[in-house]
Design a protein around this ligand. Structure first.
Ligand code: KIV
Length: 294
């Protein structure tokens, strides 16, 4: 018979309480998060946050804030490099910025996106691109878009020892054929999404992004898969949530999609600071005596 601890009442479960020191967010470990930690979090039922990052300094802020996973997303095309879509982003650009994010962080798992054109030719091209991101940028995992159509690419990369995050639902690299529309609506589309989710898992991916997928369907995928689902516009039942950092911090101009929650107004703060500096310079208030060097 097991002994009850002092605080435990008769009839209470003796199941061990989750070890909060292992939590992905709020955990105490200083080492880099690995994909095994994400698998364990799904088993514990622990949700986790992921943010995009494109430079060392911003990434260091998120790392110090305890964000356990950062995605160097090809959303850098729209959010950092001034392109209209993610399509023009090159593997050279991705490698450069992913390396900066890795250098700016100590704890987060850094996932680098395989850019459009760097894996569609087939598994060998995909492995070559993934290997480059691991060797030259130092990322701990790569992400690529597509379910059934990317099964062979994911499998070869995983077989080579590189963890892969899948990405299904809305896949922005296919904007020219797909547009920016909710995916998985209607019976046929829902069945395709389920097949895509299983294809990604069967190929060996450690997690899968579900982008712009109806909440109930995302919940079903999350129940069926043993790997974590990372939702963006896919409802609350996903195991993790990702947002593009410039969207959630209020830096991206214009109207945001409904699924974005804005946590700050960086565009306002930075604009006010830039105008205050300009007025100080024009009016002669900056530099003041305390800023002068003698
Ligand atoms: O590139 C990106 O930021 C992404 C996320 C939206 C998941 O793929």
């Amino acid at each position: 018979m097991t002994q009850l601890s002092a605080a435990q009442k008769p009839g209470q479960s003796s199941a061990p309480t989750p070890d909060s020191s292992k939590a992905l967010y709020g955990g105490k470990s200083n080492r880099r998060i690995t994909v095994r930690d994400l698998t364990a979090a799904k088993e514990r039922g622990e949700k986790w946050p992921m943010l995009t990052a494109y430079d060392a300094m911003t990434a260091s802020v998120f790392d110090e804030s305890g964000i356990p996973v950062m995605l160097v997303g090809d959303s850098m095309g729209n959010c950092h490099l001034g392109y209209d879509t993610t399509v023009p982003v090159t593997l050279d650009e991705m490698t450069l910025l992913a390396a900066a994010v890795v250098r700016g962080t100590r704890r987060a798992l850094i996932v680098g996106d395989l850019t459009f054109g760097s894996y569609q030719e087939g598994p060998v091209q995909a492995l070559r691109s993934a290997t480059r991101l691991v060797k030259e940028a130092g990322v701990g995992a790569v992400k690529l878009e597509g379910g059934e159509r990317s099964h062979e690419q994911i499998k070869l990369i995983v077989d080579a020892g590189i963890p892969v995050m899948g990405h299904i639902g809305l896949t922005p690299q296919s904007v020219n054929t797909m547009g920016y529309r909710v995916q998985g609506r209607g019976e046929e589309a829902a069945q395709q999404l389920l097949r895509d989710a299983k294809a990604v898992q069967d190929a060996g991916a450690f997690a899968v992004v579900l982008e712009l997928v109806p909440e109930e369907l995302a919940a079903e995928v999350t129940r069926i898969l043993h790997i974590p689902t990372v939702g963006i516009g896919a409802g609350v039942e996903c195991d993790a949530q990702v947002l593009v950092w410039t969207d959630m911090m209020g830096l991206t101009p214009g109207r945001m999609p409904r699924f974005v929650k804005q946590y700050a107004d960086l565009r306002g703060v930075m604009g006010d600071a830039a105008r205050a500096f300009a007025e100080d310079v024009v009016g002669g208030a900056f530099p003041a005596a305390e800023h002068a060097v003698h």
